[in-house]
Design a protein. Structure first.
Length: 599
């Protein structure tokens, strides 16, 4: 039982959704939307040009940023190199004097007094540590003749800078060794100093460094010796080996890469001390939207504000000058569409000249339509009055004819002739009833078949009362609006069917008469059922009434038949095509009349 309501609710929601879709489509197809899109497209090149100019400026700034990073790396390398150079001078000065019993104490005192030194040592020509600030200053004491840095000095290099094999309390350290030699250049060992890498780490307080910059020291293979943030130098792809070769050839190198966190960064490196230690700076690369953050007001907000201001100004002016007047005329036209032509677009007097001309044209159109509508309405009213008068006169003439036939019927003595005149009088009365129904109804061109059949059956049954027969009748009819052309054969067929029932079923006994009229889509059915003994076969197959019933059924594109009723009696049935101009409504059942005879 809930299914029809469910489908009805679903249908209403679907109709509402379609209406909203149509409204949205009309809104997007309106002049306001199209004008706004046109203005937006027209003003868009200005905004795009500002973005392109800002992007070009950002590219220049990004390139300058890399240059600044490279220069900062070179400055950092120079500062750190100066400290290493000072350490070399110190070692060269101490090398001839680093001997004797007071050497360890002296070197220990110098280590404590000088910042940035973790140990000082004197190595003999055979690689033995002959003097050191602490026993573990170099490799924990002992011999260093197999060390790479010592072999390099012995082979003729003056200074060797490499990573110390010993880790100090301050972390990884750098070993600076100076060749010691006797007169005539004979190798006499080395003077070495251990410097913690943390004291050589570049200073990030340099204001020229970009935000988020990090610093590190690397060895010749690009491995990180010490870094302020190791993650910034842990590249996602590849390693740091390639840039060292470029730094050796050009004293500096700039490249780009991604760290393990996926952030793109710029790198700039420079040689720190010979070919052993290198300084490397890193800073986050600017993203593709960073140009807007570099100068958000001038780069993005001002062009966007200018574009929005121009766009809003154009929309506002078009709204004030065009759109609101078109909306006003649309409302006036909608009122005209509802048939109200008394409204005039008087407010358009303040509109632009083109809108005023359109409003004047619309006003003249409404006046013309109103005048023509009044003329047509008056003509239609006059025509309706004439048609009612004609129907009334036709009905009166038919009643006069019926009265004359009634007088003639009473004057006859021959029973068959008297019955024939009675049948003819009933047919004429049915036609008169059609015209009376038409001129009494609100619409003189159509009539409701339910009301007409109800009154016609009552009129036919009333004639049996005068003959002394008790007849009980009932009408079960659907509402059907038909025109007189279809109503006449319908009424005449009903007269013949009721007349047959009066002759064969209710003669000298009375009975019950049921008239059913059902509309089922394209097919309608009219039935007349009695409770009599049934008509003889020869009466069913022959007779003027049977011939007329077939003819009237053909006029309605149908067929007629007479069959026996299930509970006894006879059913006269006509099945015909429902008239196209009909409007089925809710079915109803009406009891027409009840007559009692006196014996």
């Amino acid at each position: 039982m809930a299914a029809p309501g469910l489908f009805a609710g679903w249908g209403r929601r679907l109709s509402l959704g379609r209406a909203r879709t149509r409204a949205s489509t009309q809104r997007f197809q309106g002049i306001r939307f199209r004008l706004g899109v046109a203005m937006a497209v027209a003003l868009l090149p200005i905004f795009v040009l500002s973005i392109l100019q800002t992007q070009a400026a950002f590219t220049d700034q990004a390139e300058q940023r890399r240059v600044d990073l490279q220069q900062a790396a070179e400055r950092t390398a120079n500062d750190t190199r100066a400290r290493i150079d000072s350490a070399q001078v110190l070692l060269q000065v101490l090398s001839p004097e680093a001997a004797g019993p007071f050497c360890p104490a002296r070197l220990s005192d110098l280590t404590r007094r000088l910042d940035g030194y973790a140990g000082l040592s004197r190595v003999s020509a055979t690689g033995d540590i002959v003097c050191a600030s602490t026993p573990e200053a170099l490799n924990g004491g002992g011999s260093v003749r197999e060390a790479d840095w010592f072999r390099r000095l012995r082979n003729g290099e003056t200074v060797v800078i490499t990573r110390s094999a010993r880790t100090t309390s301050a972390g990884p350290a750098l070993l600076v060794a100076v060749r010691a030699q006797r007169p005539l250049g004979v190798f006499d060992g080395a003077m070495a100093a251990v410097i913690p890498l943390s004291t050589l780490q570049p200073d990030l307080a340099d204001r020229s460094l970009p935000e988020g910059a990090q610093a590190a020291l690397t060895d010749p293979e690009g491995r990180i010796l010490v870094a302020t943030d190791p993650v910034a130098f842990d590249l996602k792809k590849g390693d740091l080996t390639g840039w060292v070769e470029r730094a050796r050839s050009s004293a500096s190198a700039v490249f780009e890469g991604k760290d393990v966190s996926g952030q793109r960064r710029d790198y700039a490196g420079a040689a720190l001390a010979g070919r052993d230690v290198y300084v490397l700076l890193s800073a986050p690369s600017p993203g593709w939207l960073s140009w807007a953050r570099l100068n958000p007001i001038g780069a993005l907000l001002l062009p966007l504000a200018a574009w929005l201001t121009a766009f809003a100004a154009v929309l506002l002016l078009s709204e004030r000058i065009v759109i609101r007047w078109l909306d006003y005329l649309e409302r006036v036209a909608a009122i005209y569409a509802r048939g109200r032509f008394s409204v005039r677009p008087v407010q358009a007097v303040n509109a632009p000249s083109e809108i005023r001309i359109l409003a004047k044209t619309l006003d003249e159109l409404a006046e013309t339509i109103g005048s023509r509508d009044k003329a047509l309405t008056d003509a239609l009213s006059e025509k309706d009055a004439l048609m009612r008068e004609i129907h009334h006169r036709v009905k009166n003439n038919l009643q006069i004819i019926s009265s004359l036939l009634s007088m003639q019927q009473r004057a006859l003595t021959d029973a068959p002739a008297k019955a024939a005149l009675g049948d003819t009088r009933q047919r004429i009365s049915a036609l008169a009833l059609i015209y009376r129904t038409l001129y009494q109804s609100e619409d003189i061109r159509h009539a409701d078949a339910r009301d007409f059949l109800t009154e016609l059956v009552g009129q036919l049954v009333a004639s049996d009362i005068s003959m002394g027969r008790m007849v009980e009748s009932a009408v079960e009819a659907d509402s059907l609006i038909v025109d007189p052309d279809k109503l006449a054969p319908l009424a005449l067929w009903l007269v013949e069917a009721v007349t047959n029932a009066q002759k064969h079923a209710f003669a000298k006994r009375g009975g019950k008469l049921v008239v059913r009229f059902k509309v089922d889509g394209a097919t309608s059915v009219l039935e007349v059922q009695d409770d009599g003994p049934g008509a003889p076969d020869e009466a069913v197959s022959a007779g003027v009434g049977r011939t007329l019933m077939g003819a009237f059924a053909k006029q309605l594109r149908g067929e007629a038949e007479i069959v026996g009723a299930p509970g006894g009696g006879t059913i006269a049935r006509m099945t015909f095509a429902t008239p196209e101009a009909s409007t089925p409504q809710q079915p109803g059942t009406f009891v027409v009349s009840r007559g009692l005879s006196s014996e």
